[in-house]
Design a protein around this ligand. Structure first.
Ligand code: AMP
Ligand code: MG
Length: 490
């Protein structure tokens, strides 16, 4: 057994924070994917992880020395309704390791068997959703978005019962932590102020050490989480990412994208886009993600009230002031990202209107979000014209906008070629197109063919590079290829 240097800080918190239990062994584990580069960053030996001993650990069949397996307790608002007790129903945290750069990471098995928090669930995961999380979380990482990572996927040799019997799998997930807004809500709902304080102190030390220096560290923590969430969701918005289930138990306190379920990237631009089959009312539609983030942060602020001030009125007004700062943080970050996507290195007064103008033309012309920006990058090297307008069903609206854009660019210093290169570095060519993801999952699940999954992963690892021979992965779905609904498969 190769030693893994675990250092389990969460398990040193009071016992009521988690349930101690081992994963449930599986019949016949087979490694389907190992993320060797990530393993190396974590200081883990990829060769050992791929060996029978390593795979036994990744399947939950053996517990490595130094691990302290736990299922963590949390609560959460699901589609607006509060559940005081959710918790890891099918995930077990093996422990924490320090990466080569000294950063701390959780190593968690997802799909590793029932826990005291499973309620009616079987504690297992099906192969399809495991591969979807693997693909999309790794694509997000390559796009530069803060996210949990996928270290490995293992099939179990045991079917899981959903609507039909499906192959079972375990995902090994790596995260800065698995602490959620719902973790704070868990203690708040119980009136457990000591637990809340211990959690907040842990989070400050682990994720936001600068807050410890603030005149009020807990207010500093709230502010820091608001800022981190604003940054994260602004980044999502500029890539067309739709999380799909932004319940408060799926919001990471560290500001990472977490709990990839029925997530997807938008093809043609429409703020009302929803993929998740369970999001019937569009609560988590693309365009609702910013206000929902503020709603979720408001739930965090409520949970933290007892920490903000002894006097509840004072606490409420401090929380309201902090929440009032969300928009002032989010809007400039969003605008700055869109500015760079349009090739502007300086700030101009009418830039927000220029961005809005493009989005409106895209919506009216049903233009593909990702390709519009990518082609604008190439068009930016030309004095006029280009191929972007071909993406618009009503190119006249685009033409009017393009003239404004080119006029605005005359105020910038960079040459056309420099601007194109800068734009290509922020406007990906390759995103995990939903129809491609579905095709890859279908091949793996139904035919045991992991070829399309491997190809997709390889292409998505370099989203900003032209990859000759892989142009088909850049294309939006044709009418018959469109995927209208994604399922979380739990
Ligand atoms: P999710 O919607 O995937 O974020 O999950 C919400 C809650 O349901 C969490 O507490 C999960 O751990 C739990 N859960 C989801 N799927 C299962 C399952 N198959 N077995 C047990 N618990 C589950
Ligand atoms: Mg979840």
């Amino acid at each position: 057994m190769v030693a893994i240097a675990f250092d389990n800080s969460y398990a040193r918190l009071p016992e009521r924070f988690f349930a101690r239990l081992d994963p449930t062994p599986v019949k016949a584990p087979v490694l389907v994917k190992l993320n060797g580069a990530l393993a190396a960053e974590l200081g883990l030996d990829p060769d050992w992880l791929g060996s029978p001993e390593g795979v036994a650990m990744l399947a939950g069949n053996t517990i490595p020395g130094g691990a302290f397996p736990i299922a963590t307790a949390y609560a959460g608002h699901q589609f607006g309704g509060f559940s005081p007790q959710l918790g890891d129903g099918r995930a077990i945290l093996l422990g924490e390791v320090l990466g080569l750069d000294g950063r701390r990471f959780d190593i968690q098995l997802k799909g590793s068997g029932p826990t005291p928090f499973s309620r009616n669930g079987d504690g297992r995961a099906a192969l399809g959703p495991v591969l979807r999380e693997y693909i999309v979380s790794e694509a997000m990482a390559a796009l530069g978005v803060r996210t949990t990572r996928a270290l490995a996927a293992v099939t179990t040799g045991q079917p899981v019962r959903r609507e039909t019997a499906l192959p079972g799998a375990v995902l090994t997930r790596v995260a800065s932590s698995h602490i959620r807004i719902g973790t704070f809500q868990y203690f708040a709902a119980r009136g457990d102020v000591e637990g809340l304080r211990a959690l907040a102190d842990h989070v400050i030390a682990r994720h936001y050490p600068a807050a410890a220096q603030a005149s009020s560290p807990y207010l500093g923590l709230l502010d820091a989480v608001i800022g981190a969430q604003a940054n994260l969701v602004a980044h999502w918005m500029t890539l067309g990412f739709i999380h799909g289930v932004m319940n408060t138990d799926n919001v990471s306190i560290a500001g990472e994208t977490i709990d990839y379920g029925p997530c997807a990237f938008m093809d043609s631009y429409d703020p009302a886009t929803v993929f998740s089959s369970i999001d019937e009312r569009g609560r988590y539609a693309y365009g609702n993600q910013p206000p929902i983030t503020l709603w979720n942060l408001t739930r965090l602020a409520e949970a933290m009230l007892p920490l903000l001030d002894e006097n509840q009125d004072v606490a409420v007004s401090l929380a309201q002031e902090a929440l009032g700062r969300f928009s002032g943080h989010f809007q400039p970050v969003l605008l700055d990202r869109f500015r760079r996507k349009l090739g502007m290195a300086t700030a101009g007064e009418d830039d927000a209107a220029l961005v809005r103008g493009l989005l409106e033309a895209m919506q009216r012309g049903q233009a593909d979000f990702t390709l519009t920006f990518r082609r604008l990058a190439d068009d930016a090297a030309l004095v006029q014209g280009g191929t972007c307008r071909e993406l618009f069903q009503e190119p006249e609206a685009f033409d009017v906008w393009e003239a404004r854009w080119r006029q605005r660019l005359r105020g910038e210093e960079a040459s056309g070629a420099e601007r194109r290169d800068a734009m290509r570095r922020v406007n990906p060519l390759f995103i995990p197109r939903n129809h491609r993801v579905e095709t890859a999952l279908e091949a793996a699940v139904e035919r045991g063919d992991f070829g399309p999954f491997e190809t997709l992963l390889a292409v998505l690892a370099k989203p900003f590079d032209d990859q000759p021979g892989h142009q088909d992965h850049a294309a939006p779905p044709q009418q018959h290829e469109r995927v209208l609904a994604t399922f979380c498969g739990t």
